[in-house]
Design a protein around this ligand. Structure first.
Ligand SMILES: C[S@@+](CC[C@H](N)C(=O)[O-])C[C@H]1O[C@@H](n2cnc3c(N)ncnc32)[C@H](O)[C@@H]1O
Length: 221
């Protein structure tokens, strides 16, 4: 079933209002992001692109603790408030870290096969199905051969309590998507063409009854 998602302008307005409150979502996001870091081999990356970087929390985390000191980071976001917060947070990294404002369309401002790792956490679950497909084809275009895309998104529950949570979430999303920030549980693996991507790691984590799917894919093209 095709879900009606937030228009770009509504997503921008929501995340402009939400701003720093995004960092309080760590209670369900951080376990998934730790899992991503544990399997993404950031220590091998020389360039990282993040789609929907929010406040720059994840970028700060990997620049400080996981990326080589020579590695560069580029983040983009649709929300001017988020871009402002991320730029301020990443100021200390100078030329190594850049953040740009996007118009919401899923087009990456990068040449073909120019980046080692692409990251996107809790953003694909806001996008339409067409934009998720565009995200994957843009990722295939810009990532280097054997480069990685590292994803975390809300997903359907896998236990009885988390199934109840995700069903209620879906009901609220269908009635008023902006109440849940335009996010809904998705199954990223179902969008993946296994001829183009090697599935390196997949796990569903469910802290506090909220399920997240973590996926690491390696480009075969
Ligand atoms: C739920 S937040 C997640 C932020 C961050 N990745 C994190 O995990 O903390 C979603 C982010 O995606 C951004 N976003 C939503 N739609 C977008 C789009 N079409 N293009 C770029 N960014 C988008 C929002 O502005 C917001 O910062």
């Amino acid at each position: 079933m095709l879900e009606k998602v937030l228009e770009y302008s509504a997503a921008r307005a929501y995340y402009d209002r939400f701003g720093e409150m995004q960092d309080r979502q760590g209670f369900y996001e951080d376990p998934a992001l730790n899992e991503l870091i544990a399997h993404a081999s950031f220590h091998d990356a020389q360039s990282v692109f993040e789609f929907g970087c929010g406040t720059g929390k994840f970028a700060d985390w990997i620049l400080k603790n996981h990326l080589p000191s020579s590695a560069r980071y580029l983040g983009c976001d649709i929300s001017p408030v988020m871009v402002g917060l991320a730029k301020k947070r990443l100021e200390a990294y100078g030329e190594r870290a850049k953040v740009i404002l996007s118009d919401g369309t899923v087009r990456f401002p990068l040449p073909d096969h120019s980046v080692d790792h692409i990251v996107s956490s809790y953003v694909l679950d806001i996008l339409s199905e067409e934009d998720i497909q565009r995200f994957l084809s843009e990722s295939r275009r810009v990532v280097s051969f054997r480069g990685k895309i590292c994803l975390a998104s809300l997903t359907r529950g896998v236990t009885i309590p988390s199934r109840i949570v995700s069903s209620l979430w879906m009901i609220i999303f269908r009635m008023h998507p902006s109440i849940v920030g335009g996010c809904r549980p998705i199954h990223i693996e179902s969008y993946i063409d296994k001829k183009q991507w090697q599935l390196e790691h997949q796990r569903v984590l469910t802290p506090f009854g909220v399920s997240s799917e973590v996926l690491i894919l390696i480009s075969m093209c």
